[in-house]
Design a protein around this ligand. Structure first.
Ligand code: FAD
Length: 287
């Protein structure tokens, strides 16, 4: 159901891209080609990941976000983890972002890492949002997990904590990689039942090479539908065919999401401009 006003100005679905900063400062220059293609595709925003290790990683995230804004005039979103930082470090980070005119933060807890000391100032992403919101002026986004975060006790707890994150101030929720639209739709429904009002945006990553598939299977906790597994098995011995198969799986997944009532798509681009361009060409008439 749409109100008359909404019919006249239908709410726009967002398209956003995620990129990661290159590992070395010298490679920052090489990212120009990626950025210029991504920005030409006119996304609503580009989010830049944050290495939980801090230090140089952290600076590269900021540098890249600044370039996206100043040189390409696209809105950046800066990822920020909190588990390994104390309040003074978060304030310093917020100051740097503010001075650079960066206004959007994807507030994250970060993964636990046995080699890094947890500072215990922030145990959850919602703590980070609540703290920063009191002192600083940012728009906050948060992460969500259609198939549950690996540490969650169950789906009920997961949704309860997600609602707390939105109540703390997360205005948009970006999802973990999802290869199964049914899983996403079930999650979306659970969010609605819990009266989570923030847009819940599915995160899609075209799987285009064999190494990436193996990494995904061990890392991200998402399930791989039988259809996906069969496609990958059929094409994995041929690099080009696998690229095409992975792209067409992702594209059909995105089209199905867009013609259903999702509020946008967050594309994990892997810094590959070809991937983003192919997806954008495929959805031009729908989004
Ligand atoms: P939280 O929201 O804090 O949730 C973590 C766990 O704690 C969940 O099981 C949740 O149910 C539970 N929980 C939350 N609140 C409470 C509470 N009050 N009481 C008890 N339990 C609670 N990592 C990086 O290092 N850098 C990145 O750039 C990055 N980008 C990401 C982008 C997206 C879109 C996503 C989905 C993830 C990203 N991550 C990144 C990974 C993320 O840091 C990990 O998944 C991390 O383990 C959880 O972060 P979170 O913000 O979702 O944590």
């Amino acid at each position: 159901y749409q109100t008359k006003q909404n019919q006249e100005t239908p709410s726009k679905k967002t398209l956003s891209f995620e990129i990661f900063p290159p590992k070395k400062d010298s490679e920052l220059k090489n990212i120009d080609k990626t950025l210029s293609v991504l920005c030409e595709l006119n996304p609503d925003y580009i989010s830049v990941t944050f290495g939980a290790g801090g230090g140089a990683n952290r600076n590269r995230t900021i540098e890249l976000a600044k370039r996206i804004k100043q040189e390409y005039h696209v809105e950046p979103v800066v990822h920020l983890t909190c588990l390994h930082y104390d309040k003074a470090e978060i304030d310093e980070f917020a100051r740097v972002l503010t001075n650079a005119g960066l206004q959007n933060v994807l507030a994250l807890r970060g993964d636990k890492n046995p080699n890094m000391r947890e500072k215990e100032s922030f145990l959850h992403a919602s703590d980070l949002i609540a703290y920063m919101k009191d002192k600083w002026d940012f728009c906050f986004l948060g992460a969500c997990y259609p198939e549950c975060h690996p540490e969650s006790e169950d789906k009920v707890c997961e949704i309860k904590h997600l609602k707390a994150k939105v109540n703390a101030g997360a205005e948009v929720l970006l999802s973990q990689l999802c290869f199964d639209n049914h899983a996403f739709f079930r999650f979306q429904e659970a969010c609605r039942i819990a009266d989570i009002q923030a847009p819940v945006i599915p995160g899609i990553m075209p799987v285009i090479n064999a190494a990436q598939i193996k990494r995904m299977i061990t890392m991200c906790g998402a399930t791989f539908p039988v259809r996906f597994q069969k496609i990958i098995q059929a094409y994995e011995s041929n690099k080009e065919a696998l690229f095409d198969a992975g792209m067409s799986y992702a594209l059909s997944q995105i089209i199905d999401l867009l013609v259903s009532d999702v509020e946008g798509i967050h594309l994990y681009t892997m810094n590959n401009p070809l991937v983003a361009r192919r997806i954008c060409e495929g959805i031009r008439n729908i989004i």
